[in-house]
Design a protein around this ligand. Structure first.
Ligand code: AGP
Length: 609
């Protein structure tokens, strides 16, 4: 989950690379570094900590260019210190790396036996040594790369610069992303579109095993055998403004507020506003193919897994199709039964999560059809799926998933309604009633955002609780899990989510007057059950923060704090209840002076298994 940027062109490489790293810092921020040409010399500067430390270090350095590479690191091998920071330079070769070289121990031992002098604890440095070894045998940089790739096992995106060839950049990848931006007279190579979009919107996506060799602004592409290949150039419709904070204090705050638009944009293209039916555009699966599936297997990680868990309630109740949900890092190791009559659905904001991508490949190899729910077009998962529904949430920069999470839920609800229509498990009127209810979501979310001020004012009081238990039933149970994850991720406080009915089977022992209980209790078919659970907790001194439907006096009287969500169809409640739990986490994190957009130990896209 590191950020990689490389540049060749007429602009000042230091400025371009630092700006690119700043846009990628959410991918990892343990340490940073650059290797940039100044006259004939390739100068390397590295620093532990966030990018701001490196910027300070080189603020008075001028680099003539024309090229350079940079890196912002999420440590996998070796502590996050200067010696382990990238770029790693060996002789004339400097490299930056995202991913993991899984056979690094064997490579390291062999290099040491051959007399290599290692200067770091990282797996990445070894790649530079392997390249130098090949170049010393007389290979040029492309041939050297072709000889090194077969020696590497694992997921990696590697960008190479050679002090002897100031106009040349080379990159190659396997598993983790690498994109090439083709400007008028410049080339930008990076791990994510955010670092490229301010220079060009013409982007080539490297596939696994492919190599890009750019000489000046002329980029050539090769396959793993060294054969020149042609590549599609995609025009990306993101703007840099979309990736900026737009006046908010944090990306997370902006993205919480972008949810009405993200939900609307995710639904818009799939709803026939005349019939109020869902017709998934460019799905990639015909109605006939959909009717052949008798089961759905959902796979995801983290918040995306919570969205998948929420979807199960709607896919089974509305489309009457059995659903299994697995955490991606567990799925492959439980000897799952894979049948071609199962639709394999991956849910991923980034489309680069290694565990989820590995499951996609595992299922695809067994002949299953893959449907991807993803927020990043042309990401690895999106490219390898057979079918897709995009969450049109725009770039999500905050490490904490907010707008992508609620957009994932609504995208999966659209799938449920599309299937219900195709399978005729709901009649036209039932579907249009539910669709009308979903179309009200953006304005209902706007109403929920009004709680922002309450949470800002209450944060100081709420921060005093020793822990936070989140309770929910039915499709709100995954929101209890999500709320707890949000709180843990950015406040570092203890939080756990439970199915409300589970509390009495043990966790209720945690409840006392210092424990805050976030109880989601909308006026749905489980309301009475939820009320009983709240009574159980209240009887033991638990401090109730209740989320209920509009003015629910009974629930209000049971609670220390009460937050209303608008009256809505039950399909809308998981999304509406997500807003207060997001705001609670955000304002508690601000109260505790946490780094909201870049919380410790985390990264936005987990591209290692
Ligand atoms: C959510 O707040 C976290 N950032 C994390 O759990 C995330 O949802 C998970 O890593 C999956 O990422 P993906 O959606 O990009 O696959």
């Amino acid at each position: 989950m590191c950020g990689i940027v490389g540049y060749w062109g007429p602009n000042e490489p230091k400025k371009v690379i630092l700006s690119g790293l700043r846009r990628l810092e959410y991918r990892g921020y343990d340490s940073t570094g650059v290797a940039i040409f100044d006259q004939k010399e390739l100068k390397v500067f590295r620093s532990p900590g966030k990018l701001v430390s490196l910027e300070e270090k080189i603020k008075n350095n001028h680099f003539s260019g024309p090229a350079g590479i940079g890196h912002t690191r999420w440590a996998t091998h070796g502590e996050p210190n200067e010696k382990n920071a990238h770029p790693h330079k060996v002789d004339s070769i400097a490299i930056v790396h995202n991913g993991i070289i899984e056979n690094y121990v064997q490579i390291r031992q062999k290099l040491i036996q051959e007399g290599a002098k290692l200067s770091s604890d990282t797996d990445s440095e070894l790649v530079a040594h392997l390249l130098v070894k090949e170049i010393k045998k007389g290979s040029d940089i492309l041939k050297a790369t072709l000889n090194v790739i077969p020696q590497l096992h694992g997921a990696y995106s590697i960008l190479v610069i050679n002090e002897k060839e100031p106009d040349t950049l080379l990159a190659f990848k396997n598993g983790t992303p690498m994109l090439v931006g083709l400007g008028q007279k410049e080339v930008v190579i990076a791990s994510d579109v955010q670092a490229i979009i301010e220079h060009t919107n013409k982007i080539v996506y490297l596939e696994d095993g492919e190599i890009v060799l750019s000489h000046k602004s002329d980029a050539q592409f090769f396959d793993i055998k060294g054969k020149k290949i042609s590549k599609d150039i995609h025009e990306i419709n993101w703007t840099t403004a979309m990736a900026e904070k737009a006046g908010f204090n944090h990306f997370m705050e902006k993205e919480i507020y972008e949810q009405p638009r993200a939900l609307g944009q995710t639904m818009a293209e799939h709803i026939d506003h005349k019939t109020k039916h869902v017709v998934l555009k460019n799905l990639g699966l015909t109605d006939a193919e959909l009717l052949n599936f008798n089961r759905i297997q959902l796979i995801a990680c983290g918040s995306a897994w919570h969205a998948a868990l929420c979807a199960k309630y709607f896919l089974e109740s509305l489309a009457k199709i059995p659903c299994d949900i697995d955490i991606a890092s567990e799925f492959r190791y439980r000897s799952p039964i894979l049948e071609k009559t199962t639709l394999f659905v991956t849910v991923s904001q980034s489309g680069e999560t290694a565990d989820t991508l590995a499951c996609l490949r595992f299922a695809k190899k067994a002949g299953l059809k893959i449907l991807s729910i993803c927020n990043v077009q042309h990401s690895s998962i999106d490219r390898e799926a057979n079918a897709r529904i995009y969450t049109n949430a725009g770039p999500e920069i905050g490490v904490c998933s907010t707008k992508a999470f609620t957009a994932q839920i609504v995208a999966l609800q659209l799938l449920a309604l599309h299937l219900a229509r195709v399978k005729n498990t709901l009649n036209g009127e039932q579907i249009s009633d539910l669709v009308s209810g979903l179309l009200a979501l953006p304005s209902q979310v706007e109403v929920c955002l009004n709680h922002d001020k309450w949470f800002k004012d209450a944060a100081q009081t709420l921060a005093k609780y020793k822990g936070f238990l989140y309770l929910g039933r039915g499709a709100l149970y995954p929101i209890a899990l999500e709320g707890a994850l949000k709180l843990k991720e950015i406040t570092y406080l203890h939080a756990e989510g439970f199915a409300s009915g589970e509390l009495k089977h043990g966790p209720i022992a945690l409840v006392d007057k210092d424990m805050a209980i976030i109880a989601m209790c909308p006026k749905d078919e489980l309301y009475e059950k939820n009320i009983s659970n709240i009574e159980e907790v209240r009887a033991r001194g638990g401090q109730i923060i209740a989320i209920g439907t509009e003015a629910d006096e009974h629930l209000k009287n049971l609670s220390q704090y009460y937050l209303a969500i608008p009256k809505a169809i039950s399909m809308a409640n998981p999304i509406l209840a997500s807003i207060p739990v997001q705001l609670l986490s955000y304002h508690l994190a601000c109260e505790l002076n946490r780094d909201v957009d870049k919380p410790r130990n985390l990264a936005k896209s987990v591209t290692v298994e």
